[in-house]
Design a protein around this ligand. Structure first.
Ligand SMILES: Cc1ncc(COP(=O)(O)O)c(C=O)c1O
Length: 476
């Protein structure tokens, strides 16, 4: 104990606590490492550790697994986005025209800082192991690789997918796994197999815009069911729509939804499946983010609660391994045979080389090891992006706090039009996804989706600050 009456660790905590309170150390920043501070203050590492635990107890800093201590961001600075009621009482047409293509044609250019694009950076992907798998296939199975592998697709890949599904309680025969060209084709053939032009599709909103575009192009109608940005689709609202009129299918993103990051509880997943069963409606779930929980516990999907074979699960390796390989799959349950025919008609087959290489990669046991690193990277990038928003965006901004995936949903002050943010950001060399794409109703026009699929660096930091300035100017 010092003459001041304080233990050494309390004195260390006071020094660091002052740095936080005076803003020398900013929200989201890493505090000095245990070793660095112990050298600087000439105290033991154990003393610094004790000081940091004290500051953590006081809510000033937080520890992040494998990464150290960071200055905590106060909840007031990062409140959650709100759910938005759908005032439309009837099914609607989606009328995007070519808005989505125009936005992404500009946003996808390589010189643009990619905050608007939900793709993993190649720097996070296991390129050496994937390359080895491709070379191996080319030397040992080249005849197979150049041939069609007609639906349902490469048997070993389907077996690997069935094995992984079993890990989360989904009992599926590899015969009933259908390989597709990414989740995009999976969603398209799911819709084509259960509904026709004029039918109504109930969709959790805000919704992944490609699905809305498909509804538009297929001449179907949409009802948008309000969702909570944290817990997903509102089951009472869905029940009320289902009771009101014929619905051909329900579409949800139960695990780390794009754009909100919402995660449905197991109870809600089970109730959702029962609700659809009571109304004899197929449930389509898009599970592309399911392998990306930050806590490492892979959540179950709706299929795990499907006792009547009426859930269609759609997924892919695009968010985890290789979007360019274009490999996804469906578990179509009783719709599997229809979906096979539709797949054959749409694209005959999926690239044999990609399928064989991924089958090899999975069989060799690389996937889980890779996922451990990838989830950690996404978690850190998401937090850094959130902290950047907390630091630079104007008061009134709300940000989602996803528990997996890598997209962040930002609600801006009500008067801001995200289309204007998009245009100004693009002029500054930054892409964002404006909220208008996530609904047919325009009610998310003051929202943005930002993506943290790329390693955080000075460019990302500066881009977030620039976005903050753009939004602040528009808020005035
Ligand atoms: C929610 C969601 N579903 C599907 C897709 C499409 O995936 P894929 O590249 O496998 O076709 C994406 C990609 O952006 C997505 O975010």
């Amino acid at each position: 104990m010092h003459q001041s009456g304080k233990h050494l660790y309390e004195q260390v905590a006071e020094v660091v606590g002052n740095m936080v309170q005076q803003g020398t150390l900013r929200p989201g920043e890493k505090v000095p490492s245990l070793r660095a501070l112990s050298r600087k203050m000439k105290v033991s590492v154990a003393t610094v550790m004790q000081a940091y635990l004290l500051l953590e107890n006081r809510g000033l800093i937080e520890s992040r697994p494998q990464s150290g201590f960071y200055v905590k961001v106060s909840r007031e600075r990062l409140p959650a986005p709100r759910r938005k009621r759908n005032r439309s009482q009837t099914p609607r047409k989606v009328q995007f025209g070519n808005t989505v293509e125009t936005i992404f044609a500009l946003a996808n250019r390589p010189e643009v800082v990619p905050l608007g694009v939900a793709n993993p950076s190649p720097a996070l992907l296991p390129l050496p192991a994937l390359n080895r798998a491709v070379r191996d296939v080319m030397s040992r199975e080249s005849a197979h690789a150049v041939s069609y592998d007609f639906p349902p697709g490469v048997p070993e890949l389907r077996r690997q997918i069935a094995l992984r599904s079993a890990d989360i309680g989904v009992d599926v025969n590899p015969e009933n796994v259908l390989i597709t060209n990414g989740a995009t084709e999976g969603l398209m053939i799911a819709l084509q197999s259960v509904a026709k032009a004029g039918d109504v599709i109930a969709v959790a909103a805000p919704a992944y815009f490609t699905l809305l575009q498909m509804i538009e192009r297929l001449g179907m109608l949409v009802v948008e069911v309000e969702s909570d940005p944290d817990t997903g689709i509102d089951l009472d609202a869905l029940a009320s729509w289902l009771g009101r009129q014929p619905i051909a299918a329900v579409v949800v993103w139960a695990n780390f939804a794009n754009p909100t990051g919402a995660l449905m509880s197991d109870e809600n997943k089970s109730e959702l499946v029962s609700l659809c069963n009571r109304h004899r409606i197929p449930l389509i779930e898009d599970d592309v983010m399911g392998d990306l929980p930050f806590n490492g516990e892979r959540p179950r999907n709706c299929k795990a609660f499907d006792t009547r074979d009426t859930v269609i699960t759609v997924s892919s390796f695009s968010k985890t391994l290789a979007p360019g390989y274009r490999v996804g799959w469906t578990l179509g349950g009783s719709y599997h045979a229809r979906m096979m025919q539709q797949k054959q008609l749409n694209s005959s087959a999926t690239s044999s080389l990609s399928q064989l290489a991924l089958a090899r990669f999975l069989k060799d046991g690389h996937y889980d090891r890779h996922l451990v690193r990838l989830r950690r990277a996404y978690q850190q990038q998401v937090q850094q992006l959130r902290f950047g928003i907390a630091e630079h965006f104007p008061p009134g901004t709300r940000v989602s706090d996803p528990r997996g995936g890598f997209v962040v949903w930002v609600e801006l002050p009500a008067q801001i039009d995200s289309q204007q943010v998009y245009e100004k950001a693009l002029k500054a060399g930054i892409s964002v996804t404006p909220g208008l794409l996530f609904s047919s109703t325009g009610r998310y026009n003051n929202c943005l989706r930002l993506c943290a699929g790329h390693p955080w660096n000075d460019t990302m930091q500066r881009a977030t600050a620039t976005l903050g300035q753009i939004v602040t100017q528009l808020a005035r």
